[in-house]
Ligand binder design. Structure first.
Ligand SMILES: *Cc1c(COP(=O)(O)O)cnc(C)c1O
Length: 388
């Protein structure tokens, strides 16, 4: 894998100060030694840095590391997760093309499919992500892309990536997977047959609630096609944010271990609490797709979804009663965060549309942080006691 060896070599190189941490290259452009070199770099006869919209040592380092983790041939870094979602879709489709996508996608990704792409003659059919026959029967001759997200937000429904990849190959369609909720340390879609993996690096990859970022990884030929699109349209990640995210990858493994063990303990605890109607967590045996979770994921992830009694009022009262766990719309942070999807992230959907993706009026999504698990459980318990 070319990216791996390049990355290792680059990290072994040091400047005159023998710095341990890679420096931040806050530069918009790079200098040409001669007019001839400028010509050669622009015409592709020589490989090298030209302008930070095209590439920068910090964004390259971040992409190299992510490629190694995902087992991807090549990749691109973007300023936000949505820039990655948009570029990875818009860079591949043409007017008249068709997409089949999970109906349980991140809200802004759904808005791209439902509202923005139709302006350019690209249509999408949304399907029940669990039902592989629906993916297949929705496929038309002009279908170019399958877009999947697993586990889904906030329903934590799973898609069998290997089985969907097989259908994608049979139907000659590109399979793209948003791997944001799992990260490559828990689930590696490319090894299961996906062509493209996208990330919001804002979530677990940064994991400390500081920066926005995104990435697109995958087959070299597809990434090259997308590289043309991103170079011209400009969703580049800033060198500083790339440096932050690259550092964050060095702690991803230890953070995820703690996120997942805390989440498993909280989910198990909530399952035996009669004030909670239901709990969903991929590694609980009660999860309807538990077998698939064990097969496709190495840990259960950092999110737990559950229902409190009392509908919308109950959900909002629970949020207001929390004292340590914060109310915020981010996830994958060091600190535990609770959201009430029905009145916030998914408030634009109708109640029926919400029900289809597993959101009831009293549904709570909890992004379990790195605090002591006893403190998290105490806060959730006292909030449940307050509202019941
Ligand atoms: C947050 C998120 C995104 C969007 O990422 P941003 O960095 O906020 O632009 C896309 N997909 C999923 C699953 C997310 O959780």
């Amino acid at each position: 894998m070319k990216r791996d060896s390049e990355s290792i070599r680059r990290q072994a190189e040091r400047g005159p100060h023998r710095e341990h941490s890679v420096p931040i290259f806050m530069t918009s452009s790079f200098v040409f030694d001669s007019a001839e070199q400028a010509r050669d770099l622009f015409t592709g006869q020589e490989e090298g840095l030209i302008y930070s919209r095209y590439g920068n040592p910090n964004t390259d380092e971040f992409v190299d590391k992510l490629c190694a983790l995902e087992g991807a041939e090549d990749g691109l870094a973007t300023a936000t997760g949505m820039a990655a979602m948009f570029a990875s879709i818009a860079g591949l489709v043409r007017s008249g093309d068709h997409i089949v996508a999970s109906r349980a996608l991140f809200g802004s990704t759904l808005a791209i499919m439902n509202t923005i792409l139709p302006r350019w003659g690209v249509t999408t059919t949304l399907v029940d992500p669990k039902d592989l026959d629906e993916w297949k029967s929705a496929t038309k001759p002009e279908t170019r892309l399958y877009f999947a997200e697993t586990p889904s937000n906030p329903g934590l429904e799973l898609i069998d990536i290997a089985a969907l990849a097989e259908i994608a190959r049979e139907m000659d369609v590109i399979l793209s997977v948003d791997n944001c909720f799992a990260t490559p340390l828990i689930q590696r879609p490319i090894e299961l047959g996906a062509h493209i993996v996208t990330h919001s690096a804002t979530k677990f990859i940064d994991g400390q609630g500081r920066t926005l970022g995104g990435a697109i990884l995958g087959d070299r030929s597809l990434i090259n096609e997308l590289r043309f699109f991103t170079r011209q349209t400009g969703p580049a990640l800033s060198p500083f944010n790339a440096w932050v995210l690259s550092k964050s990858l060095e702690t991803l493994s230890v953070r995820l271990d703690r996120h997942c063990s805390n989440a498993m303990e909280l989910a198990t605890h909530l399952q035996s609490d009669s004030r909670v109607t239901w709990v969903r967590y991929p590694f609980l045996e009660s999860h309807p797709q538990h077998e698939l979770a064990k097969r496709q994921m190495s840990m259960g992830g950092g999110l737990v979804t559950f229902e409190v009694a009392g509908g919308v009022e109950g959900g909002m009262a629970f949020l207001n009663a929390l004292s340590m766990v914060t109310r915020s719309s981010n996830l994958g942070d060091t600190r535990s965060i609770a959201t009430h999807p029905a009145t916030t992230t998914h408030s634009r959907l109708t109640e029926d549309e919400r029900a289809l993706v597993g959101i009831t009026p009293g549904t709570i999504r909890l992004s379990v942080g790195l605090e002591e698990i006893a403190d998290i459980i105490n806060d959730v318990d006292q909030a449940l006691a307050t509202i019941s």
